[in-house]
Design a protein around this ligand. Structure first.
Ligand code: ZN
Length: 220
């Protein structure tokens, strides 16, 4: 707690002033984030840092393993549904990013099971069971994978693709996709190199994220 309080104090003493105008405007006008960013609760994946976003830019959902349950999963197993509906229907974000990451504990648990001290009936078991289709995808789309590292990397990718597929089961998302006002993206953040790969539907692979070229205005 000392570290947290020291951070709040540091923000108050050194950073707060530069954000005064922005927060006043966000308080007055409300938030208008452009992107729903669904990523893992892992402490090493910081959406705002890797996208250099400002307050008001991203509507962030962090959960174990950046899982998106299908729309027909209701109740306490799917709190993510409320965030999706709020961001897509009310805030009308233009983009949804599902961002998985390397060395994900949820992916490890999916492949190798949870430690025995976690009871079978726990919320963690129920939550991870939502990503069980990743196993079938590994069999059909990635066999034969030899090394542990290959299987883990493939499972991380398939988990993001499953989340995107499940996103499409939400009526709010379906409507916005039909209207052509929403885009879905699959990303993977590689922790050791701090780089982002994005799913490329044309090649059906995750490739290093490419950036739009800035063309200088003509005649300048
Ligand atoms: Zn994770």
């Amino acid at each position: 707690m000392e570290k947290l309080l020291a951070g709040v104090r540091k923000f108050h003493d050194h950073e707060q002033r530069q954000y005064t105008g922005l927060f006043r405007r966000l308080s007055r006008d409300g938030q208008d984030p452009h992107t729903l960013f669904i990523t893992c609760a892992d402490s090493r994946v910081i959406a705002e840092l890797i996208t250099q976003s400002q307050p008001g830019d991203l509507f962030v959902v962090k959960n174990i393993g950046n899982i998106v349950p299908p729309a027909n999963v209701t109740g306490s197993t799917n709190s993510t549904a409320a965030a999706i509906e709020f961001a897509v229907s009310l805030l009308r974000v233009q983009d949804v990013v599902v961002c998985g990451h390397s060395q994900c504990g949820a992916i490890a648990a999916l492949l190798h099971g949870l430690p025995p001290e976690v009871p079978e009936t726990s919320s963690l078991h129920a939550w991870l069971a939502l990503a069980a289709p990743v196993h079938a995808a590994l069999q059909t789309r990635h066999s034969p994978l030899q090394s542990q590292a290959e299987r883990t990397a493939a499972a991380t990718e398939e988990n993001v693709l499953l989340a995107l597929e499940n996103l499409r089961t939400y009526p709010s998302v379906q409507k916005r996709l039909r209207d052509g006002t929403l885009r879905l993206h699959g990303w993977i953040f590689h922790i050791a190199t701090a780089t982002v790969h994005a799913y490329d539907p044309a090649s059906d692979r995750f490739l290093p994220l490419t950036f739009p070229q800035h063309t200088p205005p003509t005649g300048a």
